[in-house]
Design a protein around this ligand. Sequence first.
Ligand SMILES: Cc1ncc(COP(=O)(O)O)c(C=O)c1O
Length: 382
Amino acid sequence: MDANATTPLLPEVLDAMRPWLMENFGNASSIHRYGQQARSAVEHARANVSALLNCRESEIVFTSGGTESDNMALFGLVQPGDHVITSSIEHHAVLHAAERLRDRGVEVTFLPVDGSGVVDPEEVRRSLRANTKLISVMMANNETGVIQPIEEIGRMAQEADVWFHTDAVQAAGKLPIDVKAIGCDLLSISGHKMHAPQGTGILYVRRGTRIEPLFFGGAHERQRRAGTENVAGIAGLGRAAELAVESLRNGTLDRVALLRDRLERGLLERVENCGVNGGVTAKRVPNTTNLYFDDLEGEALVIALDLKGLAVSGGSACMSGATEPSHVLLAMGLVPERSRASLRFSLTKLNTEADVDAALELVPAAVSRLRELAPVNAGTLG
Ligand SMILES: Cc1ncc(COP(=O)(O)O)c(C=O)c1O
């Protein structure tokens, strides 16, 4: 139940990758037949990815993942003296890139969020300046699953003639994505969050967006991303995109939402001093719930559940190892103790009712045991 950290390859995805790892291992830039076969695999994948996003094939740049796509969007458009608007709940791939830009003389506004974890589009409008070059606000948050009002922000960006990037890493495969309806110029996706291999990603770059590459070398990806293509990874990503479109159409995500809701309701009923971060009112992706279990350390609960075979996450996976409370939950106004007492459960379409039943047994038992052992902060959270 840690799908927002990563997802398993689907067998169909592995099947799509296998030929490009073994017998057909050509370099997609070679003019001989082995190269041309690899090229056709890359272009076939590009067509599938563009269908997922409703864009032109030429607007897809294959990257090494969400982090690279986010970095390319920010570093590729912004110069010292420009102003960037982003939010305080972005993934570190955007937040730390924005901080680096600030060190280099770019003005950066980090917008707050409300108690449900939502950015207010009016705050975006109020933050616009004459030198605002780029707005970057994520589509769905990785820790809470809360969906941001990006269509409104996109309209505003268009009116103000400012570039708009959205990190859609946690939305891809969970929500329909139409780059035209969003009105974004740039959009990031990571393969491994949607059943493609780790180390694969996409940056959608709207035609006419003048973006500087991060890497220099060959003329790959229409001179936007130098480096020999990861043909097998790209073939897997294309197949995963095709399967994601199918899942979005055939009701699979509704089933995931029902499982998530049953898990959430079941835990709220069975565990005292437990609640949903991100509010039940905020719109969320169908697979994610973030819950606090007051009076314990979330990290201890993650470990206790791991010992029983249940994988969940406290804060974001990229934070694990650090004892810092989640920047997302703090930005939503949680006190550090409650933030540290919070866990994220994130499902895939492969999860079953039996998985939810098991979690509904394991989590309440582990919470009671930990609270008995170490009643930390008892009473401090009201
Ligand atoms: C919202 C978001 N953006 C970016 C990333 C980074 O993606 P990748 O792991 O492919 O570098 C993640 C990964 O957790 C994410 O959740």
